[in-house]
Design a protein around this ligand. Structure first.
Ligand code: ACO
Length: 326
């Protein structure tokens, strides 16, 4: 097989909505600050005890239906998440069990906001080399479970949700190229410090609020713009294409100012960039997955279009995929 293609997309956003005005009652912030600094107006949040695998299941069922496949047809499930149900087993295993996709091998990928692009690239390679036939790739996050509701600089940014894609081998087009990168020397810029083997959970780690996201937003902002532009350019080059070939850029939705700056540097007009951050905030790995699904649902992606995914997140990690839609 020459490549792999996406044959079904799905999304799930938990029904409960948290507005900027709701946040004004929790921390010292304002709708005006959040809107102008981030572009976010609302975000979806889970009710208690709803985990990443539950959101993943709902998005996956939609994607599978649209693909015309049954869970029993799947031989690969990859879930990108930084908010897994448990450290182990993987969220992909829980999802496999929910779906009764007994034939599928399953694993998680931890690549923060670039997780969906990393996971798509893995699935594409598995399919291309003939190892598997039907793959389910999901980005699912309950970021509100690791949000510090006392920290106004982060709690206004995040939301919960999931997006899913079903991939099959393709004889022509589909995934044309990808570029993935990382820089572990800057891990401290965006980190959940507590609970791992470096800093196991204890009463002290809870008291010190080490189980929540810590972010140096300002420094990340500058890096994000440069890296996302570079990643898209490198992925396009690998596909033998240039920025003028892009029909739709689907960027990670962390901040409208990042998206606008990336689009400007790539020379893209507004109609060539998909944005939904105002409704969902930053959902890490689920952001690209939900954005891709919505862009398709809204008719923004047509057969033959060149779609570029472009994401950046904690690690640091980044990735861009170039897809010719078939
Ligand atoms: N409401 C009101 N004021 C606030 C808020 C808030 N919610 N948060 C911060 N401020 C204040 C700060 O205290 C500061 O005040 P000061 O000047 O008196 O000290 C002022 O606003 C400016 O703060 P900055 O942090 O400089 O604000 P900035 O314009 O950089 O915006 C933001 C912050 C939105 C976080 C931005 O830096 C950003 O989007 N960064 C990139 C995030 C990113 O890309 N992350 C990677 C992906 S996420 C992942 O992987 C999970």
């Amino acid at each position: 097989m020459k490549s792999a293609k996406i044959v079904g997309l799905g999304k799930y956003l938990p029904p409960k909505i948290l507005t900027n005005f709701d946040l004004e009652k929790i921390v010292d912030t304002s709708d005006e600050w959040i809107t102008t600094r981030t572009g976010i107006k609302t975000r979806h949040v889970v009710e208690k005890n709803v985990s990443a695998s539950v959101l993943a299941r709902e998005a996956s069922l939609v994607a599978l239906k649209r693909a015309g496949l049954k869970p029993k047809d799947l031989d690969l499930i990859i879930v990108a998440t930084i908010t897994p149900d448990t450290q182990f087993p993987s969220t992909a295993c829980y999802l496999q069990d929910y779906l009764k996709a007994k034939k599928a091998c399953c694993f998680d990928i931890s690549a923060a906001c670039a997780g969906f692009v990393y996971a798509l690239t893995c699935a594409w390679q598995f399919l291309k080399c003939g190892f598997y036939k039907n793959a389910l790739v999901v980005g699912s996050e309950v970021l509100t479970s690791i949000t510090d509701w006392e920290d106004r600089s982060t709690c206004v940014l995040f939301g919960d949700g999931a997006g899913a894609a079903v991939l099959v081998p393709s004889n022509r087009d589909g995934f044309l190229s990808a570029y993935l990168g990382g820089d572990g020397s800057k891990s401290e810029l965006l980190i959940l410090p507590g609970g791992g083997s470096r800093c196991p959970a204890s009463l002290d780690t809870v008291k010190e609020r080490l189980h929540y996201i810590r972010m140096k937003g300002n420094e990340l902002f500058r890096i994000a713009v440069r890296i996302m532009v570079e990643a898209a350019q490198k992925a396009l080059k690998r596909a033998g294409l240039g920025r003028k070939d892009i029909d739709l850029l689907v960027p990670h939705q962390a901040n409208i100012r990042i998206i606008t700056a990336v689009a400007k540097r790539l020379g893209l007009t507004e109609d060539k960039v998909y944005v939904n951050i105002e409704r969902y905030g930053n959902m890490s790995s689920a952001s690209s997955a939900v954005a891709l699904c919505e862009a398709w649902e809204e008719g923004r992606i047509k057969k033959g279009d060149v779609v570029v995914l472009d994401a950046f997140g904690g690690g640091l990690v980044w990735g861009s995929s170039v897809i010719k839609w078939v």
